[in-house]
Design a protein around this ligand. Structure first.
Ligand code: FAD
Length: 484
């Protein structure tokens, strides 16, 4: 006879919310006691969050713990090899089942598959749910039964697949177990950056309430301008939901539904809402790519790039990381990243392109820097976008499309507001020269208080020469650039 008081363990991972959480909903509905668990996982092969992401995680866990407490529950924290911790806790508490939300990176899949089998072998129930995606990465198939490799048809298929969007509310109360297992102290995990602590200016309000507030602010204030303004780094037109989505403080179904409802209420928002939902769908597409290419962060999606002659002289890398390349748009982006843990998408593209094409540094080096410094660093979105910029990725921008940081600046930061904000030593420079200060006459520089090579660096590479060098390197690739 199954014990009705045997608890359900809800293993939280990147689903740090209570609403629209199918695993938590199932646990609450079972009527059993619920033990919410978070493990700071040390499983080999599972990518550990970078330093900036750990800062976010720290705050997000505090928010989740508070939200659970308000429902009569408690978040149990433990650190180590997750499968061992979950299995031990299940045994210790006499749990009837363990439930969680699925993740789609290779390391997590291997870990979770083995754990599910082990739990079932020992007579427990184990069930996983989808809380992170609109569509599971294996669900959409092309007419010939293959996986999508091109975004536009994928988007069409995704939109056609979207059906019932009803969402689960957060449970009002959670039944507590007879006694609570022991928990780590979050402070002892020291998730906060140290030596140096560069987190003082980090952007965002981690946690479910912060995510909901951000979504509503965006829908009410910024959605109308999104289609026009999303490419302007100095503007505020994007949703800034990426870290919330990465940590699962909000689900894509909640976001999708809110944008569609806004467009339904105010039809003039439709074009902007469509653009927004299409950007959100890149997240889905990238998860599909990651699921089918678990080594996305380390291997070229297009193997033709395996012979690319990357430069191994990395003296310019330090300048790139510190935002001192002498190219103001690149430097503004890199400094925004360091100061806030986020970077506007347009600046990410410009900075990544500069590293890969102007400096000929392997995209994996940049991917790892972003992994450590972005609060939204994501197993799917980060490598997929780096490969997109490099040209080695799925449906990627061709390698030979080389961004000019000056041209990008003139187009997307015409008055130089973004550069002035993040590169204050150029703040007084005439807009005509702000994206190429080395072209300014001496008296213009002097009036703005700029001394090249002293107050602001000269360019680390010459744009035209770097462009030619990149195109020559690309021409050397032998095999055709077709996807695998
Ligand atoms: C080199 C590079 C690295 C990147 N690394 C990451 C990363 O680690 N994590 C991450 O979430 N995004 C990454 N992006 C994508 C994009 O820059 C961010 O998602 C976006 O800037 C987040 O701001 P937002 O939430 O205001 O976006 P919005 O414009 O409001 O978009 C809404 C949501 O759609 C999704 N989205 C938007 N653009 C993309 C995109 N190009 N690819 C995938 N999803 C997208 C995000 O979840 C985002 O929150 C990267 C882009 C580049 C060029």
């Amino acid at each position: 006879m199954p014990d009705p008081d045997a608890p359900v363990i809800v293993w939280f991972r990147r689903d740090l919310r209570l609403a629209d959480h199918p695993a938590l909903h199932a646990a609450a509905r079972s009527g059993r006691p619920v033990i919410p668990l978070y493990v700071l996982d040390e499983t080999p092969g599972v990518r550990a969050p970078g330093a900036a992401a750990r800062w976010w995680l720290d705050r997000s866990l505090r928010a989740l713990a508070g939200d659970l407490q308000a429902r009569g529950s408690q978040l149990i924290l433990s650190r180590g090899v997750a499968a061992e911790i979950v299995a031990d806790l299940a045994e210790e508490t006499g749990a009837a089942s363990v439930v969680w939300s699925r993740l789609y990176d290779g390391g997590a899949i291997v870990r979770d598959t083995a754990l599910k089998a082990a739990l079932k072998d020992s007579g427990m129930e184990a069930e996983s749910f989808n809380a992170a995606l609109l569509s599971e990465p294996w669900a959409l198939k092309t007419k010939t039964g293959g996986t999508y490799k091109v975004f536009t048809p994928y988007l069409k298929a995704l939109r056609a697949s979207i059906g019932d969007m009803s969402l689960h509310d957060a449970p009002k109360r959670l039944r507590a177990p007879r006694s609570w297992p022991s928990s780590d102290d979050l402070d002892a995990w020291a998730l906060h950056p140290r030596r140096p602590d560069w987190s003082t200016g980090f952007d965002g309000t981690p946690g479910e309430a912060g995510a909901q507030a951000r979504l509503h602010h965006f829908i009410d204030q910024d959605l109308a301008e999104y289609a026009r303004g999303r490419d302007v780094p100095a503007g505020d037109a994007t949703s800034r939901l990426s870290a919330h989505l990465h940590w699962g403080e909000i689900g894509p179904r909640q976001v999708w539904r809110a944008a569609e409802a806004a467009a339904h209420r105010r039809p003039h928002l439709q074009a902007s809402a469509d653009k927004y939902l299409s950007e959100l769908s890149w997240r889905e597409f990238n998860h599909e790519i990651l699921f089918h290419h678990p080594d996305l962060a380390t291997a070229n999606y297009k193997p033709a790039f395996d012979t690319f002659p990357w430069s191994d002289t990395h003296t310019a890398l330090a300048a790139w990381k510190r935002g001192r390349t002498g190219y103001p748009m690149v430097d503004a982006g890199m400094r925004q990243l360091w100061a806030t843990g986020v970077m506007h998408n347009r600046a990410r593209m410009i900075a990544a392109s500069f590293l890969i094409k102007h400096l000929l540094i392997d995209w994996r080096v940049g991917e790892r820097w972003f992994w450590d410094t972005l609060v939204d660093a994501d197993e799917a979105n980060n490598p997929a976008n780096w490969q997109w910029v490099a040209g080695s990725g799925a449906d990627a921008s061709p390698f030979f499309r080389i961004f000019s940081p000056m041209g990008q600046g003139e187009r997307f930061d015409a008055d130089g507001a973004y550069v002035r904000r993040w590169v204050p030593e150029l703040a007084k420079l005439d807009a005509r020269y702000i994206h190429a200060p080395w072209t300014a006459p001496d008296e213009v520089l002097a009036r703005a208080g700029v001394t090249l090579g002293q107050t602001y660096p000269r360019p680390v590479v010459d744009h035209d020469a770097a462009r030619r060098r990149a195109l020559d390197a690309f021409k050397g690739l032998s095999s055709p650039l077709t996807p695998p």
